[in-house]
Design a protein around this ligand. Sequence first.
Ligand code: NAP
Ligand code: MG
Length: 502
Amino acid sequence: MGIAISAAQVDPRVVSFLEKPRQMLINGRWVDSVSGKTFSTFDPSTGEVLAQVAEGDREDIDLAVKAARKAFDDGPWRRLTPSERGRLVWKLADLLEQHLEEFAYLESLDNGKPLTVARAADVPLAVDLFRYMAGWATKLEGHTIPISVPYTPGAKYLSYTLREPVGVVGQIIPWNFPLLMAAWKLGPALATGCTVVLKPAEQTPLSALLLGELILEAGFPEGVVNVVPGFGETAGAALAAHLDVDKVAFTGSTEVGKLIVHAAAGNLKKVSLELGGKSPNVIFKDADIETAIAGATSAIFFNHGQCCCAGSRLYVEKPIFDKVVDGIAERAQKIKVGPGLDAATDMGPLVSEEQLNRVCGYLASGAAEGAKALAGGKKHGDKGYFVEPTVLVNTREDMKVVQEEIFGPVVAAMPFEKPEDIVPRANDNVYGLAAGVWTNDINKAHRMAEHLRAGTVWINCYNIFDAALPFGGYKQSGWGREMGRDVLDLYTQTKAVCTRLG
Ligand code: NAP
Ligand code: MG
């Protein structure tokens, strides 16, 4: 098998990780798939094969679920104190931090994102998430509840609630932030005492597999975390439908989210979903214009637009429209597009040929419907999956490029005249993940925050994430909130205990 990179370019530990076919983690051991099959993962900056990975399918998922079931029902995991559990999660964070460089290289190679970004954002955010969640392990409290019970006059009761882990959790994640999405899923599951079968995206399985090594090194008991790479239609579907899985947590497209809901119906497992978005970013004329231009540029181009919360519908108050879109276009043209490992790169390739074709299809559709590209508008270069950062004007709400999620570096800009018209326009979409507001009028800012139907509203900033801040969608952007204290609701269930006192 040829590796598409040279040892001179990358951390040597990463080269040796890529040299041998990667196995899957089931019941504390690295194993081949039952079928013996493997699949290739690619470097999107060249299209060349990076590594071979064991291809999990129904039988492998079944073995992993059995291991997770056993670990949950009668393994040492259930007997750990909350403090011991929290310390294990914290230890995983420490190990991840020690291996930051390897993870940054692996993420850049497998996903295409700039190494500098993986180093500064993806890996540190994952470390922080594990530390934040480690703290919750010791704070999962129930309540004592005074009750009245009208039909037992005079009786005394002691009633309280217990907050218990939901059980075996199937977790299915996408390719846009491979390690960070694994952390968002694993952190709360482990802090609350659940056990896990994780299926990473087929395009980017590597960082989850390296994380599996750290999970073993940290000392999690066998079967607590199982990592099964494979394809969505096979391994993913088997996990979502498995009757011994108590909950499925999914991040990905709204289309697949609906399939997950159907698959989960067999045993009515709990479901949480982080889905797509087409987030409005609204700039008022009283905003600090230069700050808003810089903010709107990064709102769409960060991670090559492959963010579920990308600020992809830009609404600008008419008197400043030209100035703002020209400013964004000028910045877009200066973005250096290139391989993630190149230190000069601001924006890497899209993750796959499929995504490249999908985004180029939207560019063609926008052009056919009359949109004009002030910057970009086409594929970049002839090797790898690069697209030019694109700013579209002459766009209308009925265009596909305004209604549908592109998941690439393409923003559709539209002017608005009356501030009171902007809320219905911003809310006119099936998604409701995030929104941005740029204004110096504090009253306007918070009125907008109240009326926008989105799970996150950023005011005079965008793409600000923190482990303590809940994230998730209104409408078809999903069910439930990840991160913050809210995520604990997704991984615990409440038991009411009622005692009659003599
Ligand atoms: P996707 O096709 O929905 O895939 C997401 C995950 O689901 C992958 O692991 C995939 O496996 C798996 N999958 C596919 N079909 C499945 C099935 N029938 N049953 C069970 N699992 C299945 O999405 P994507 O193309 O990877 O990611 C892009 C989309 O995800 C965008 O629409 C974006 O908005 C959304 N997203 C949302 C968030 C959020 O937080 N709300 C975050 C990131 C991405 P394979 O890899 O093998 O296909
Ligand atoms: Mg890849």
